[in-house]
Design a protein around this ligand. Sequence first.
Ligand code: IPE
Ligand code: IPE
Ligand code: MG
Length: 240
Amino acid sequence: MTKLLMETEKRIPTHVSIIMDGNGRWARERGMERTMGHVAGVESVRACTVAAIEEGVKYLSFFAFSEENWNRPEGEVSSLMKLMFESMQKEFEMFVREGVRFIVVGDREKLGSAMCGIIDNIMEATKNNSKLTFVLFISYSGKWDILQAAKKMAADMAAHPEKNVSEADFGNYLATAGIPDPDLLIRTSGEQRISNYLLWQTAYSEFYFTPVLWPDFREADFKAALEEYAKRDRRYGKVK
Ligand code: IPE
Ligand code: IPE
Ligand code: MG
């Protein structure tokens, strides 16, 4: 009860989502290959996960690879896939130990069978964990999601024309079904755009933009974003 009260006072967001950006620039500034920026960025994911658990955030999600990112040079795409695969292998134990539920959301058809295999293994092994839900968006785009939801809905409607689909029902067709909409959306590296990320789901999210490049974004930066969130006045169109 006391903890609950404290959390209400501190206004901890239930779901924090992060567009991790600036890895390439971080590496370039150091005269390194872009890939080294992605490698350094993995430590930032770890740091934010620790901070999220400490602060009582229940859902932490990361935009790791967009549909559009398939258009990057082949070498960068394959090293990103390899890095994600190896990071999952490495963190598997930690998710189990720390009580973290692991979920991947995105277009599975473009991911290889080895990648899908490890994703399924970790999702299965952690499905009953409840301390934190950690979501990775891989091969994801907001328009892809809305379109695949609309197709599923159309098929259902053809079978049940009497069905009246509400906004909540439509949310259940999205690839993010069951995951609450982000309360706070963070984007690093100074870019102030959504880049085809969660389009439907960010209708009322609070946005936080920081010039910090993703590999430099650590616990203190995460906590600073939560502090800023706590000051926001969410009105949802109403008058307060
Ligand atoms: C974010 O960093 C990682 C991914 C999009 C996969 P970038 O690779 O976009 O880095 P910049 O924006 O080029 O610096
Ligand atoms: C958005 O970053 C995608 C991810 C973080 C996975 P990008 O670097 O691809 O976005 P743009 O091209 O700057 O909009
Ligand atoms: Mg970028």
